[in-house]
Ligand binder design. Structure first.
Ligand code: AMP
Ligand code: MG
Length: 444
């Protein structure tokens, strides 16, 4: 047989079929989580929009309390109050103070805030209240201030966080919760992001039944369909399972044509080897072009990749066709190695953000594998029993052991795994204590 196709060569071929990210669209912030900006976002407002108080306390003029100490206090007359969301109607004049809430605008004339803890309220009749206890309730007539301060102390200055018209985030940035927060804080309601990749998932196999239905004498539940929809959704795509095709060309082609109508990327699992019932390659060839690969990875060697013109828009970017091997663990591994990077590129991620970040691990036990193929072992990290933190050795490597049986149909090991340990092509195995690359898997 011909040579195995190196993984990097295969992946480069996939990525070369995606000349650009999906077209931009403008969406409300509520729909932006997980998307990638296709344009810079600039602040529509200064933040804070005005100087405001960082404390519950009193807005004062710092010069009025110069020299104040615990025992030699300064006395100020209280002329009013500013709440968050309310603007001060009067200025703070020399010798006076206004009670102020955290986040309320600084009244004109005041240049500092003294925390309520550093004040004692004095009633109209001259009686002293409890130190630091008058942030709410009736306004005292006066306050004693127990410390000196400087201008701007406890004041958050206008535009100290964001400046109107200045860039907050650059194109290419993926939007997570912190990005969403800063965009909203900049007063921006809509963002221009790449469209989410649309994925159609198709299972093939005469033996497949929907999970939960009667298996008869020779059926097995379809797990790849739900798994691939979940993998795509977790990767930020809009994914739909279009159905289960039997191992015949015509019905497979029918479902494939349905899938092409709605998708940027089609993923078919099973039926991709070279057996008499493996019709996926033939179906791909009818709608577009296809290569059958023997990729140098384990599990997941037989793999079909192709492209098809988009129905209704033949001049546009082609639809990507992925034919994954049927074994459920092979599906996960080939998804990680080839499909996820493709989805991330479609979604607008930068070239250096297509692959999972690589961690370092050390094997707790010896492993064996096929020489010539890069093996992705399903492994579990040793964890601290109290905190759940992965345990690392003196070199900082995560200590990992096999999560269970490593055959490509054994989902139980995958479900027990935290990560994939990557063992290179050049070896037929590794001893305990050997270092490997580690790809953490998403865990709910
Ligand atoms: P195939 O690649 O079609 O030869 O399938 C390889 C193995 O994966 C066979 O044992 C199939 O029964 C199994 N398989 C294929 N598709 C699925 C699926 N959607 N869910 C679970 N197992 C599958
Ligand atoms: Mg099959």
């Amino acid at each position: 047989m011909n040579e195995l196709l190196p993984i990097e060569v295969a992946r480069a071929q996939v990525l070369a079929a995606i000349p650009a990210a999906l077209a931009p669209e403008t969406v409300a912030l509520a729909d932006a989580l997980g998307r990638v900006l296709s344009e810079d976002v600039s602040a529509a407002t200064d933040l804070p929009p005005w100087d405001n108080s960082a404390m519950d306390g009193y807005a004062i003029r710092a010069a009025d309390v110069a020299g104040a100490t615990e025992t030699s206090t300064a006395m100020l007359r209280v002329t009013g109050e500013v709440a968050a969301g309310g603007a001060a109607e009067t200025a703070v004049l020399p010798g006076t103070a206004m009670r102020i809430a955290t986040g309320a605008p600084m009244p004109p004339g005041a240049d500092a805030v003294v925390a309520v803890e550093q004040t004692t309220p004095i009633a109209t009749d001259g009686s002293a209240g409890l130190r630091g206890r008058e942030a709410t309730g009736p306004l005292p007539a006066r306050i004693e201030v127990h410390e000196a301060t400087q201008p701007v102390r406890n004041v958050r200055l206008r535009a100290s966080d964001l400046q109107a018209g200045r860039r907050i985030l650059s194109a290419g940035r993926a939007i997570g919760p912190a990005e969403l927060a800063i965009i909203a804080a900049g007063g921006v309601a809509n963002v221009t992001v790449h469209r989410r990749p649309r994925v159609a998932v198709l299972s093939t196999g005469d033996e497949l039944r929907r999970a939960g239905s009667d298996l008869g004498s020779a059926g097995i539940p379809d797990s790849n369909g739900p798994a691939l929809v979940a993998l795509c959704t977790a990767a930020g795509a809009d994914a739909r399972h279009v159905g289960i095709a039997p191992d015949r060309l015509e019905p497979t082609l029918d479902l494939l044509r349905t899938a092409l109508e709605e998708a940027d990327l089609v993923i078919v699992s099973g039926g991709v080897s070279v057996g008499p019932y493996d019709v996926v390659r033939g179906a791909f060839a009818q709608v577009g072009t296809v290569d059958l690969w023997r990729a140098a990875l384990q599990p997941g060697k037989p793999f079909a990749f192709g492209t098809a013109p988009r129905p209704g828009a033949p001049a546009g970017a082609p639809v990507l066709l992925f034919g994954l091997p049927g074994n459920p663990v092979s599906v996960f591994v080939t998804f990680e190695v080839f499909v996820r990077p493709a989805l991330r590129r479609l979604a607008g991620r930068a070239d250096d953000a297509l692959l999972r970040p690589v961690d370092a691990a050390v094997l707790e036990e010896p492993v064996t594998k096929s020489i010539g193929r890069r093996t992705f072992l399903r492994v579990a990290a040793l964890r601290d029993p109290f905190t759940g933190t992965p345990i690392r050795d003196a070199m900082g490597r995560v200590r990992v052991s096999l999560a269970g049986g490593q055959e490509s149909h054994q989902l139980s090991a995958l479900a027990a795994a935290d990560a994939l340990a990557v063992v290179p092509e050049s070896v037929a195995g590794l001893p305990a204590g050997a270092g490997v690359d580690l790809w953490w898997l998403d865990r709910a």
